[in-house]
Design a protein around this ligand. Structure first.
Ligand SMILES: [Zn+2]
Length: 376
């Protein structure tokens, strides 16, 4: 599906690719805090050495939203009651499923460490930089190494990396999605290791792809590594715009962003949801107990914009999890030593338990493929 560049209500910015991220920000005067909530859609097309980003405004919802880092509520509200269940899913309490317990046990902490380490070796993954493009190619190769996945770059030069695991049930074309953004940003644009924000989220999504591809599911699973989140969620906005226009039956999107930082081992994890995803939040709360991921869960303490917002604005059920605090995000100090890998593993397991239930894990065995090659 194509858009018309230079659409009458659009803004066009031409950005050298690779180039300087600040230039993109100047050319595309939609602030990160408002881009996802405003009804915009974006296109990214490569013309020669230029990445031409076109941002089309539809209507501005003028939501007052602040960057994630500024929205930590003063007091973490410990969860007392489960959020109200939305229509459309069974309201009875979920029961322990040994097949789900087995699949979440396959999540491997060393795989998470491997990916975060590889990503932070790239000096910066800021959108528009050469490192950003290198990271996209690295992640494309990692996903391509996993048998059974169909992998593509999506969004023109927005360079989202999307992998699809086709569902087994021929009666359903429904899609369950999970994603994380792979671009980084920092006060020093040349040094943006982005380990907690969001190399670890990317590592979780890659690990979910590795483990889930060894099993079969009724519904199609799709793994998304978004780009240009830090500039205004442009990657996911582009994808969701296409999905909405195609009436894609996306039943759930789970986002991982800034969700691996727990320096004091408090195990506090925030679930951010809206009314369409309240039943998913409730399921996560139940699974946290049933499958002993042992978080102290809070809900909607953070109200940050990330790629889940792109889905929520378009009416798709979407949730994200978030660490209690941001720590070194958006600084040159956001390095792997700040990542809490036990916390990250349990976060991946909690997400996987919900994805497996939602996608319809088939109890016909299967095993995850071998670990990622060390060379990558
Ligand atoms: Zn982030």
């Amino acid at each position: 599906m194509g858009y018309i560049p230079g659409h009458a209500d659009g803004i066009r910015g031409q950005v050298p690719y690779p180039g300087h991220p600040l230039r993109l920000r100047r050319l595309l005067p939609i602030r990160r805090s408002s881009a996802a909530r405003a009804k915009v859609y974006v296109t990214g097309s490569r013309i020669g050495t230029l990445c031409v980003i076109t941002v089309h405004r539809q209507d501005n919802l003028s939501t007052k939203a602040l960057p994630c880092a500024l929205l930590i509520a003063g007091i973490a509200v410990l969860l007392a009651v489960a959020p109200a269940s939305a229509a459309g899913r069974a309201e009875e309490k979920p029961e322990y499923d040994p097949a789900i317990a087995e699949i979440i046990a396959e999540i491997d902490e060393s795989e998470l460490q491997h990916t975060v380490s590889a990503l932070q070796e790239i000096p910066t993954r800021a959108f528009g930089s050469g490192g950003n493009r290198a990271a996209g190619e690295y992640l494309y190769a990692r996903l391509t190494d996993i048998p059974g996945l169909e992998v593509e770059f999506q969004g023109g030069c927005l360079n989202n990396v999307i992998a699809t695991l086709p569902g087994s049930a021929n009666t359903s074309d429904e899609v369950v999605m999970v994603g994380a953004h792979y671009d980084s940003i920092s006060s020093d644009l040349a040094r943006a290791p982005g380990a907690t924000d969001n190399g670890c989220g990317v590592a979780i999504v890659l690990e979910l792809a590795r483990v889930m591809s060894g099993h079969s599911f009724d519904r199609t699973m799709r793994f998304a590594l978004w780009n240009a989140e830090e500039d205004g969620c442009y990657g996911s906005i582009d994808y969701v715009e296409h999905a909405a226009r195609s009436s894609d039956p996306i039943t759930l999107y789970i986002n991982f962003d800034s969700t691996c930082y727990d320096p004091e081992n408090r195990s506090v994890l925030d679930i951010i949801y809206d009314e369409r995803s309240a039943d998913i939040a409730a399921l996560m709360i139940d699974h946290n107990t049933i499958y002993a991921t042992n978080f102290t869960l809070t809900t909607n303490v953070h109200t940050c914009e990330s790629d889940h917002t792109s889905f929520q604005v378009r009416g798709f059920p979407a949730v994200t999890t978030h660490s209690e605090e941001h720590g070194p995000a958006h600084t040159p100090e956001d390095t792997i030593d700040h990542v809490s890998f036990d916390y990250a593993r349990r976060n991946a397991q909690l997400g996987l338990s919900v994805l497996a239930a939602e996608a319809g894990l088939r109890g016909d065995g299967g095993a995850a493929i071998s670990k990622a090659p060390i060379a990558r």
